[in-house]
Ligand binder design. Structure first.
Ligand SMILES: C[S@@+](CC[C@H](N)C(=O)[O-])C[C@H]1O[C@@H](n2cnc3c(N)ncnc32)[C@H](O)[C@@H]1O
Length: 315
């Protein structure tokens, strides 16, 4: 029987030769997954033996990783905003930088609920309507589900206080999103709709949204080939944003005048090199509206916030 140490040494060497920049980490994570323990345990017990069944499963996982497949697809699991999401080739693997949208959205929703006097959801002129949120291009459901779970932990009643519409052009991605919502017990107050951005007729008799969230494809078509090989396992429609990367974002901007209610805001993830191009796209598509770019923890442009200019000017 081989030991964990021997297995990891050989696997790390193989992954390094295959071009992985995180060979040791990948090997540890995959071995821990195969053995059914956490990574710290694998590291702590290098002399422990590995059974032949486990060795065979690890060899198969290693083959896939050496061919470039992301570790998350092999494990069918990715942590996002402190939650474990099921992931597979039906949808993009959620990225850590997208957590910025979730954090901003939590603040927006809680602020809107707090502005309503009395019990949450009974605000002036709203007749107790819930805060209406859309997650456009939901993919694995990462943003919508993480938001719903975070709101629930803040005693928000989904459905009554907040509703979330999650859309995607891919029926496969929506299936995965539904699975993740159910898996986290977060499907209450959430709807999943296959649509090009948003349904032509908005649900609830066309009522506009208070908050529109989106991490849409924003990679330039000619930059796709230069992405790490792992990205070639992800759906191209989740990445390709057209010649300048902004085709899908521009299409969503066109929908905002009817889809976003008075006092509403759209929060869109953008590429780190799109901090100037995206406000320019807003100025072209939505004259008089306000666009601000918020940086992520690394100080890079990450979230584009779009609001109607008249409301911002009026406070
Ligand atoms: C970059 S992925 C993001 C997925 C998920 N929101 C996340 O952050 O992990 C973009 C998603 O938008 C979807 N998408 C692309 N174009 C779309 C469109 N016109 N209408 C609706 N969804 C679209 C893709 O299918 C994909 O799931």
């Amino acid at each position: 029987m081989v030991t964990i140490r021997e297995t990891l040494t050989a696997a790390t060497e193989r992954l390094r030769e295959s071009g992985s920049e995180s060979a040791r980490l990948d090997a540890e994570v995959l071995l821990a997954w195969v053995v059914g323990v956490d990574r710290a345990t694998v590291v702590a017990y290098p002399e422990a033996p590995i059974g032949s069944d486990q060795a065979a499963r690890f060899a198969s996982a290693l083959d896939r990783r050496a061919a470039g497949e992301p570790v998350a697809y092999i494990r069918e699991l990715k942590e996002f905003h402190g939650l474990a999401f099921g992931v597979d080739r039906r949808a993009l693997i959620p990225r850590p930088e997208t957590e910025a949208i979730v954090d901003a959205a939590i603040g927006e929703v809680m602020h809107r609920l707090a502005e309503r006097p009395g019990e949450a959801g009974a605000g002036p002129g709203r007749g107790g309507d819930p805060v209406r949120v859309a997650d456009v291009g939901t993919g694995s459901g990462a943003i919508a589900v993480a938001l719903a779970v975070a709101l629930r932990s803040r005693r928000v009643t989904m459905g009554r206080n907040v509703t979330i519409l999650a859309t995607d052009a891919s029926a496969d991605a929506l299936d995965l999103a539904r699975e993740n919502a159910v898996g986290h017990g977060a499907a209450d107050g959430m709807r999943f709709v296959e649509a090009d951005l948003l349904p032509v007729v908005l649900p609830d008799n066309g009522a506009p949204f208070d908050l529109i969230l989106a991490n849409l494809p924003y990679v330039r078509t000619d930059a796709i080939e230069g992405l790490p090989i792992a990205a070639s396992f992800e759906p191209r429609a989740a990445l390709d944003g057209g010649p300048d990367g902004l085709d899908v974002i521009r299409a969503l901007l066109e929908r905002l005048p009817t889809a976003l209610g008075q006092g509403g805001a759209a929060l869109l993830e953008i590429g780190a090199d799109q901090g100037e191009a995206t406000p320019a796209a807003v100025a072209a598509a939505l004259p008089g509206w306000r666009a601000t770019v918020e940086p992520d923890l690394a100080g890079l442009p990450r979230v584009l916030r779009v609001e109607r200019g008249d409301e911002v000017a009026g406070g």
